[in-house]
Design a protein around this ligand. Sequence first.
Ligand code: PMP
Length: 355
Amino acid sequence: MSKFWSSMAKRATPYVPGEQPKEINVLKLNTNENPYPPSPAVASAITEELGKDLRLYPPPNAEDLREVIATTYDVTTENVFVGNGSDEVLAFAFMAFFEPGQTIRFPDITYSFYPVYATLFDIPYETVPVQRDFTLTTESFYQSEGGVIFPNPNAPTSLSLPLEEVKSIVENNPHTVVIVDEAYVDFAQQSAVELVNDYPNLLVVQTTSKSRSLAGLRVGYALGDEQLIQALIRMKDSFNSYTLDRLALAGAIASFKDQTYTEKTIQKIIATRSWITDEMTQLRFHVLPSETNFIFVSHEQYEANTLYNQLKEKNILVRYFDSPPIDQYLRITIGTDEEMQLFLKTLKEIINKLE
Ligand code: PMP
């Protein structure tokens, strides 16, 4: 800390992302990346864009990308905002809709970036306890003072809240904005996007990082009422006019145009998820019913931390959170079938030694 730091720099408690090891022989099941490459159309579009004019600034309001997203979700371009990863979109949403002095609510077990933004922007927050089985209590989100944010499906628990319950949270917060962070929704059954035209206080945030295999391109987006989108654009234009570069725009547009490829990848991951869930259950792991591209597991007999460390020694990275009540759980990203077979084989060897 230095006397030159602003109070904002001083109070910031930055988010700590999962490890990104340099070694190439590591099986990375720790940051919920997609094991499959993006649609081949993405690389072609980026290559083509490279041959064009990088001297020029990109279009500041990314109309072409917003339009193709609007078509995908059957809304209008005015209902769509895009940003540099959904983390950035979420940051703009905190600035645009939450107020210092008015307490917002989010679950006590959730995406750990929310308290980071709240602290940064000086927004007071209260955490709503999840139940013992990690499900959310819908009513405890009603009538919030400053607004609500939660991921659906939730991270790191992998559990989904039914659409009817999302709707009731939105309906019971008529004076504040409810942000539903749908980073993993493509691996789930239902999205709240279909509600955005009915509720002016609902903002749905999604990303190309998971189901579209584009975590490295950094493209996230929000869908909501035109007035909400205008507020997000005001925040962006007061911060950085060009949050998405020409290559990212070209790649993301190509991805949204190749919906068939995305659907196929999602189905493969869901099939692997179902297979690995059965296998882990047979090993007497408790596996939460996942609607994401990861599973959240614990075992009565083996310490999660021990398993995490021993997997790491064997070059397999999973995510371990050293804070109760989830300190006996591991979050494991779904890889390809081959990767999950290697993971399972290694896990069995570790367990056999621990017995
Ligand atoms: N929301 C949730 C719940 C997440 O897990 C993540 C990924 N860490 C994000 C948002 C951010 O994703 P991205 O910035 O890559 O779009």
